[in-house]
Design a protein around this ligand. Structure first.
Ligand SMILES: NC(=O)c1ccc[n+]([C@@H]2O[C@H](COP(=O)([O-])OP(=O)(O)OC[C@H]3O[C@@H](n4cnc5c(N)ncnc54)[C@H](O)[C@@H]3O)[C@@H](O)[C@H]2O)c1
Ligand SMILES: [Zn+2]
Ligand SMILES: [Zn+2]
Length: 389
């Protein structure tokens, strides 16, 4: 089959690779119909996530049609499903608590030591996201093996086309969980750092949960316009001192909650960021915390900090003093996708949520490398790329 494979920094290629096979009775093989490139994939493309190997198949946002079902799967050949990027067994200590992204059974034992050393505990499995998270081949491919197919995949009713439901695999629940983690209440003022797909869905979710004012921060005019279209006020961080503007826009108090939808590769010419860009290029497991520092500094005393943005290693100059002295709450994590899919599918079905507005480009899988290059280099125009396998 054809698949998008990783070969190093800025080097991804569509290659011919062996077809996937059923390995466990609970598996299915999916024929992929649509798959998207995520901001998280850019961290792989930039080579800042450790434990990638040449030839790894990328892709954790995908959907398709069941081609072959293992004997213990609850799915049937021909069913159309969206697959959560977090691989979860459904029965372990964590899955029973709906902490699916912490599943203890989905990362094969031979890969567990890496994250055990780095984080103190082994991570769960994720599709197409390094050997630290299981080394699972991803879904930017013609076919993909889906483990625990009786737990994760969401069966899609006829009549809902791919573009409306594909983002249930990751970014829609991620924006939703980011807003839940920010504990939004009616009347809140919320600042969202980053207007990529995750930031945009965080804005949409915060408004749906009753936020009175959402302030969106980025530097790409088109992405800021999409945020404005959702009802947010906007700040271009290249034109304004973000902290001052947020104070002014929140009556001198600071936002009730902040959401960091930027993650470990913040942009900007601030001194802390310039130093961290250099460090990230020469040392492993280094994060850039510029947006997170700004968010923590801006949020009001007693406020909430939600971090959907991905961080992978060690962050210097973390403002723990501000966290402690202002009495902040902080919540973060890979999204527990399976917890939210049923609720969000219903909202898509009844028209409460639209997910299609951010798609800027559809490309055939064969042009996936071009999609990566543009989603990376031309973020203003390329807001979300959907690949058609
Ligand atoms: N927690 C999860 O489960 C989960 C799931 C999906 C994505 N993510 C992460 O969420 C983050 C965002 O994903 P995305 O797909 O939207 O990525 P993206 O790269 O498309 O968007 C990031 C946006 O942040 C903006 N930005 C950069 N520096 C900034 C700054 N200093 N202040 C304000 N804005 C700034 C960029 O201009 C860009 O528009 C990534 O780190 C991604 O890995 C996490
Ligand atoms: Zn993603
Ligand atoms: Zn589990």
């Amino acid at each position: 089959m054809r698949a998008l494979t990783w070969h190093g920094k800025f080097d991804v290629r569509v290659d011919t690779v062996p077809d996937p096979k059923i390995l466990n009775p609970r598996d299915v093989i999916l024929k992929v119909t649509s798959t998207a490139i995520c901001g998280s994939d850019l961290h792989l493309y930039d080579g800042v996530i450790p434990t990638m190997m040449a030839g790894d198949i990328l892709g954790h946002e995908f959907m398709g049609v069941v081609e072959e079902a293992g004997p213990a799967s609850t799915l049937k050949r021909g069913q159309r499903v969206v697959v959560p990027f977090t691989i979860a067994c459904g029965h372990c200590y964590f899955c029973e608590r709906q902490q699916f992204a912490a599943c203890d059974n989905s990362n094969p034992v031979e890969n567990q030591e890496i994250s055990e050393k780095l984080y103190g505990h082994a991570m769960s499995g994720l599709f197409g996201y390094s050997h630290m998270t299981g080394g699972y081949p991803g879904g930017q491919a013609e076919y993909v093996r889906v483990p625990f197919s009786d737990v994760g995949p969401v069966v899609i009713p006829d009549g809902l086309e791919d573009d409306k439901v594909l983002f249930l695999s990751d970014i829609l629940p991620t924006g939703w969980m980011a807003a839940k983690n920010a504990e939004i209440e009616e009347g809140d003022i919320v600042a969202v750092f980053g207007c990529g797909p995750v930031g945009l869905f965080s804005i949409q979710s915060a408004i749906a949960m009753g936020a009175e004012t959402v302030i969106a921060i980025d530097h790409h005019p088109r992405r800021l316009e999409l945020a404005r279209g959702l009802g947010a006020k906007i700040i271009d961080f290249t034109e304004t001192v973000v902290g001052d503007a947020l104070m002014e826009m929140s009556g001198g108090i600071g936002p009730d909650a902040v959401i960091d939808a930027v993650g470990m590769e913040a942009h900007g010419f601030a001194p802390d960021n310039v130093v961290e860009i250099v460090k990230q290029n020469v040392l492993p497991a280094q994060d850039r915390g510029h947006a997170l520092r700004e968010a923590i500094s801006a949020v009001r005393k007693g406020g909430r900090v939600s971090i959907p943005g991905v961080y992978g290693g060690y962050l210097d100059k973390f403002p723990l003093g501000a966290m402690m002295q202002k009495g902040l709450e902080i919540r973060t994590g890979q999204t527990h996708v399976q917890r939210y899919t049923a609720e969000l599918l219903e909202k898509i079905g009844n028209g409460e949520i639209d997910t299609t507005f951010l798609i800027s480009h559809h490309l055939p899988l064969e042009q996936a490398a071009e999609g990566y290059r543009n989603f990376h280099d031309n973020q203003n125009e390329w807001t979300k790329v959907v690949l058609k396998a």
